[in-house]
Design a protein around this ligand. Structure first.
Ligand SMILES: *[C@@H]1O[C@H](CO)[C@@H](O)[C@H](O)[C@H]1NC(C)=O
Ligand SMILES: *[C@@H]1O[C@H](CO)[C@@H](O)[C@H](O)[C@H]1NC(C)=O
Ligand SMILES: *[C@@H]1O[C@H](CO)[C@@H](O)[C@H](O)[C@H]1NC(C)=O
Ligand SMILES: *[C@@H]1O[C@H](CO)[C@@H](O)[C@H](O)[C@H]1NC(C)=O
Length: 460
């Protein structure tokens, strides 16, 4: 493809950023430049529409997939390639984003990328534009389909095995990757579970997909099959000046509340870390802000949580139904220092995007057992952090914030010019790194190295 050969100043800068070692200093003196796409060529597999765009039609049919009852008109969440409708007519950066539509959005962003190739034999990785979580909806929403939820993905497996089978067979699927916009656990029900458990499918248990890399919103404890990418927030800046203006606003913002919790506010049936938080906050409404986010209301109306987050120093991020939550990334974007209660909430998940060994620099961890069993008071702990220390953490956080943002499509040239990678760029480079490692193990005939995860959670 022409795009492969075109060496612009922009992708050279990206190259400098990503692959410093392969660009010898002699290159500037007339020696041919190395290939900026080496090791990074992606083939986007063409799939029949039933595996992607047709699924978007469910939105006003049998499965009201993307549209929460609060969202009008129907199917509005599909706007802007999955970012959702703008929050206001004049807004350029804020959208009402439904996380499940990360699948079409990622697809759109992949097509914007340099270093694509039409020839799978030349590709370092193969991207499958399958809208996996949308294809799961019939099994989750239609009671008559529940008993067939182990079949999620069968049609895709059959297609890949029979249509140009060489693409899949070439590397036993180790070079394939795709997005699954949900927690991996929701797709990992053992295929032989009987009766079928409601709310989950067995996509990740299909043997045909054993070697694929799934980009999920949350990974399991031993994630050899998946890697977590940030939950999308509502902020998708269309340009770098808009991104910078927001960061400057978050930096300047006067923060009058010590801490904030945004999420479910109903008291859980059994005491958990959330009930301890709610109890502390109930006593101290002067220093703790509680934002009720029931039914996705904070995703659909981002002002609801973003405005108070700009006014809070710390944002509490307890585990909910699963360890991770979107609110963590809202907090990062707002410059509200996140407080974690277990490592599975972020540190062991998002290593490509947020450096695991530097959490102390931009977040606070209070083990949940210390609160629930040890009598540690959250408010007291946070109030004891010196003001300069909070400011330093906020500064680190805002430096990292662009890495977890999903920048609007069409921002590719600008990201490259600035050599700044967003959540999609980092996820793609992470997938490529993992795939290169596996393909090397395959070619060197070292199967024991295949699923080695030593450096898999390291920052990109
Ligand atoms: C926003 O734009 C739509 C369509 O152009 C228009 O109908 C609506 O009145 C506008 N809303 C506001 C608040 O300006
Ligand atoms: C689903 O399977 C269970 C047994 O595993 C059975 O009791 C139930 O009737 C089935 N439901 C439907 C809708 O077929
Ligand atoms: C997965 O990879 C292993 C090792 O390369 C291979 O033996 C196996 O057949 C692959 N599985 C599938 C379903 O291709
Ligand atoms: C809240 O205040 C009540 C009454 O002053 C007190 O008994 C209770 O221990 C306090 N709860 C927390 C979590 O501080």
């Amino acid at each position: 493809m022409a795009g492969d050969l075109l060496i612009t100043r922009a992708n050279l800068l990206l190259l400098l950023l990503l692959l410093p070692v392969i660009l010898p200093s002699t290159a500037v003196h007339g020696v041919p430049l190395p290939d900026p796409c080496a090791g990074r060529r992606i083939h986007v597999r063409r799939l029949p529409a039933r595996f992607n765009t047709d699924l978007l039609r469910h939105c006003d049919g049998a499965f009201p997939l993307a549209d929460h009852p609060l969202a009008t008109p129907a199917c509005a969440s599909l706007a802007n390639h999955g970012l959702g409708p703008r929050t206001h007519n004049r807004s350029r950066s804020w959208y009402r984003t439904d996380a499940r539509l990360l699948e079409p959005f990622f697809h759109r962003r992949l097509l914007d990328r340099d270093c694509l190739t039409d020839d799978p034999a030349r590709a370092d990785a193969v991207f499958l534009p399958y809208y996996a979580s949308l294809d799961a909806l019939p099994f989750l929403l239609d009671p008559a389909m529940l008993n067939f939820s182990a079949a999620h993905g069968v049609a895709l497996a059959q297609f890949l095995a029979t249509d140009r089978p060489r693409v899949l067979a070439r590397r036993h699927g180790h070079d394939h990757f795709l997005v699954l916009a949900g927690p991996a656990w929701d797709y990992a029900q053992p295929a032989d579970t009987d009766p079928r458990l409601w709310g989950t499918t067995s996509l990740l248990r299909r043997p045909e997909f054993d070697n694929f890399t799934f980009l999920t919103l949350e990974s399991r404890a031993w994630p050899w099959q998946e890697h977590a990418v940030p939950h999308p927030t509502s902020f998708h800046p269309s340009s770098l000046p808009r991104l910078r203006a927001w960061i400057a606003r978050a930096r300047r913002s006067r923060r009058t509340a010590l801490m904030l919790y945004a999420g479910t506010v109903s008291r859980p049936s059994r005491p958990n870390i959330r009930s301890f938080i709610l109890a502390e906050c109930a006593n101290r409404t002067d220093t703790c802000t509680v934002v009720d986010c029931h039914g996705g209301s904070c995703a659909l109306d981002p002002v609801r949580s973003m405005r108070p987050m700009l006014k809070a120093k710390f944002c509490l991020e307890p585990p909910g139904d699963t360890p991770t939550r979107r609110s963590t990334f809202d907090a990062v974007v707002a410059g509200c220092v996140p407080v974690f209660f277990e490592d599975a909430s972020a540190r062991t998940q998002y290593g490509w995007h947020l450096p695991p060994e530097r959490y102390e620099e931009f977040s606070v961890t209070i083990p949940k057992d210390a609160v629930m069993l040890g009598g540690v008071q959250i408010m007291e702990t946070l109030a004891a952090v010196p003001e300069e220390e909070v400011a330093r953490m906020r500064e680190r956080l805002l430096e990292l914030a662009p890495r977890v943002m999903y920048r609007r499509h069409g921002s590719a040239a600008e990201r490259m010019r600035e050599a700044s990678m967003d959540a999609v760029d980092i996820a793609v480079e992470g997938a490529l790194r993992r795939i290169r490692g596996r393909v090397r193990a395959l070619e060197d005939d070292q199967p024991e190295a295949m699923y080695a995860m030593d450096d898999d959670n390291q920052e990109i």
